[in-house]
Design a protein around this ligand. Structure first.
Ligand SMILES: Nc1ncnc2c1ncn2[C@@H]1O[C@H](COP(=O)(O)OP(=O)(O)OP(=O)(O)O)[C@@H](O)[C@H]1O
Ligand SMILES: [Mg+2]
Length: 255
């Protein structure tokens, strides 16, 4: 299926068309159709096991799909391509996970500057300067020389965000970036995400932080059992969820 559209003609950053995915006989994603416009912030929420991580991981092809298509800036992500092409594509999609996976033997600034040097071929001193600016942006300018093991979870996650931003991706994906953190560190990571959103970054975020969803998201996708049952602006979703399963999900959260 060729869903490619020339990049400059596609107003959507991400288009997900008729996507299905199964593990064996078990359908995890059922006919997903959704779009993320440039500059839009979308929050994906839904019960555990509903397919949120699987869906977000198909967007940079960490997961293959069984049917359908996904385009990123007009380019078909799931087309046949060489590993080098896929890596190039992936380097343009920032991904922040629950676990930060920083390199423990590299300093913070080295963690942030590594990919621009290795993948983009940036001169080390240029990459280093840019990394320092990004660390400043996430409030960690004073930790540049520290090692990940010397940082709190919230600080490590902010380094992970800076590391993803170092590749200058037009889109950032987040899969529960705060759920491994102690409660007092959640806010500092959400604030960094809020400032990214305010700067116009296109973001697709799986999170249980409904305050963030309410304040920052342009649109919420509610997913259950592999289907997007509702896609609505937050004020509509929280005030007046239409699908009974979305109503139950929100009622359970309030308890
Ligand atoms: N590699 C796999 N093999 C088989 N089944 C899998 C695999 N990965 C995920 N699943 C199943 O797919 C479904 C969706 O999983 P997924 O991790 O996407 O859910 P989720 O919405 O992210 O859940 P959570 O909120 O707990 O993170 C679950 O039923 C899960 O057990
Ligand atoms: Mg998940």
């Amino acid at each position: 299926m060729n869903t490619s559209v020339p990049e400059q003609l596609d107003t959507q950053a991400i288009r997900i068309s008729d996507v299905c995915k199964s593990y064996g006989d078990f359908p995890v994603l059922k006919n997903i159709n959704a779009e993320v416009a440039r500059g839009e912030v979308v929050v994906i929420c839904g019960p555990s096991g509903s397919g949120k991580s699987t869906l977000i991981r198909t967007v940079n092809r960490l997961e293959e799909i069984s049917r359908g298509g996904i385009t990123f800036e007009g380019q078909n992500i799931h087309a046949a391509m060489r590993a080098s092409e896929l890596n190039k594509l992936r380097s343009r999609i920032g991904f922040v996970f629950q676990s930060f996976n920083l390199f423990p033997h590299l300093s913070v600034v080295e963690n942030v500057s590594m990919s621009p040097i290795r993948v983009k071929g940036l001169a080390p001193d240029v990459a280093h300067d840019r990394a320092l600016k990004l660390l400043d942006r996430v409030g960690l300018a004073d930790k540049a020389k520290a090692y990940p093991g010397q940082l709190s979870g919230g600080q490590q996650q902010r380094v992970a965000i800076a590391r993803a931003l170092a590749m200058e991706p037009p889109v950032m994906l987040f899969d529960e970036p705060t759920s491994a953190l102690d409660p007092e560190m959640v806010g500092e990571v959400l604030n960094v995400m809020k400032s990214l959103a305010a700067d116009g970054m296109t973001m697709l975020c799986v999170t249980h932080e409904m305050g963030f969803a309410r304040d920052v998201a342009d649109r919420i996708w509610f997913i259950d059992a592999g289907e997007i049952l509702e896609s609505a602006p937050p004020e509509e979703f929280f005030k007046n969820p239409r699908h009974p399963r979305a109503q139950r999900f929100l009622a359970d959260l309030r308890h």
